[in-house]
Design a protein around this ligand. Structure first.
Ligand code: AHG
Ligand code: MN
Ligand code: MN
Length: 339
């Protein structure tokens, strides 16, 4: 028989066997995310089309179809995880409070909580530019059999047991890690199956791409300004190439395959940065580190930050190991020269 790539389903089963004492819960979570991703992918691909259909029979279009895609994606991921009764709690960018999952079978017996950004880069939807979903999985701290507590969600990134993203683009991919490297799966839309297309992804140690919203330049801290000027200097492989999509998932995905750095620093406009620590920075940091890259807040490792709030923000420097290190040098230098 002709050799073919492994499917995500086969990969999950194979890896499940490798965890001797695992109950299969984590595998079932990844499986649910796989399913929800396919549903959201279908909807993302129809974005715009719904408007065309709507124009022909505007009166008949009900609220459901007009829901913003990030609300829709949120519902799909939450419902899939709840229906399958595999997590005890969910936190999402779209919900102020975390959700305690209660099912017929007393779902409190489950071990894991999931945190997510159901639709990342949602402002890109209307203009046909790629978007994503980000997820992060932790083992609960509170005892099994009781309702989840906020402490189950406020864990540092180093406690993550799995993290991943889905990128909905020219092709749709699911990329994830369980702490044993990073693997990427591409969806064959004709048959609705993800195939292992990017085994053991390695973040190039160096790169020539820098990704930052330079429109905010005047508001950036001095260290970031200095680093950007360094990127633009004519020397060695510089000036680097500037690439900024405005979807964290897409920008980091590209940089991870090609080599590059992504920056979302603090600014005088957003003194804590913009990105959310728990469901944007931490999961991306886990993936990036697992691929051999580096993720920090400019001075400290992102995954070691002790979170205080569900929706807290953090500055984010993430990408090729040596590039992030260089950016951190500039941050430290600027901090020192302030005193
Ligand atoms: P979200 O769509 O989940 O709110 O996230 C958008 C984020 C991130 O994806 C992106 O990198 C960043 O916002 C872009 O922000 P700017 O428009 O300020 O550059
Ligand atoms: Mn986001
Ligand atoms: Mn979002």
């Amino acid at each position: 028989m002709e050799e073919r790539n492994k499917t995500l389903g086969e990969f999950i089963i194979e890896n499940q066997a490798a965890f001797q004492y695992s109950s299969g819960e984590l595998s079932r979570i990844i499986n649910s995310i796989r399913l929800a991703a396919k549903v959201v992918n279908y909807k993302v691909n129809k974005a715009g089309l719904v408007d065309i259909i709507g124009a022909a029979g505007a009166q008949n279009i009900q609220g459901e179809d007009q829901q913003k895609l990030d609300v829709y994606a949120n519902e799909i991921f939450i419902q899939t995880l709840i229906n399958r009764e595999i997590v005890c709690g969910i936190a999402s960018e779209e919900n102020d409070e975390y959700i305690t999952v209660e099912g017929n079978d007393n779902c409190h017996n489950n071990k894991y909580v999931v945190l997510m950004d159901p639709l990342d880069g949602s402002s890109n939807i209307d203009v046909n530019v790629s978007v994503g979903t980000i997820f992060s999985v932790y083992r609960r701290i509170s005892p099994v059999g009781t309702p989840v507590t906020i402490e189950d969600f406020l864990q540092p990134g180093i406690n993550q047991v799995a993290a991943g993203y889905v990128i909905y683009s020219t092709s749709t991919m699911l990329v994830y890690t369980t702490g044993h490297g990073v693997n990427g799966f591409t969806l064959n839309p004709a048959i609705g199956t993800f195939y292992l297309s990017h085994p053991n992804i390695q973040f190039p140690k160096n790169g020539i791409i820098y990704s930052v919203n330079e429109g905010n330049y005047v508001h950036f801290p001095q260290g970031v300004k200095d680093y950007i000027k360094y990127c633009q200097l004519e020397e060695d492989e510089r000036p680097y190439t500037s690439r900024y999509i405005g979807s964290l998932v897409s920008d980091i995905h590209r940089n991870m395959l090609k080599g590059g750095i992504y920056l979302y620093p603090t600014s005088s406009k957003s003194p804590k940065g913009k990105l959310r620590l728990l469901y944007e920075c931490n999961p991306m940091a886990f993936i990036v580190e697992q691929a051999g890259g580096k993720a920090s807040d400019g001075l400290n490792r992102i995954m070691e930050i002790e979170p205080k709030e569900l929706h807290e923000r953090a500055p984010f420097f993430c990408g090729s190991y040596n590039m992030v290190e260089k950016a951190e040098d500039f941050m430290r230098l600027a901090k020192l020269s302030k005193y």
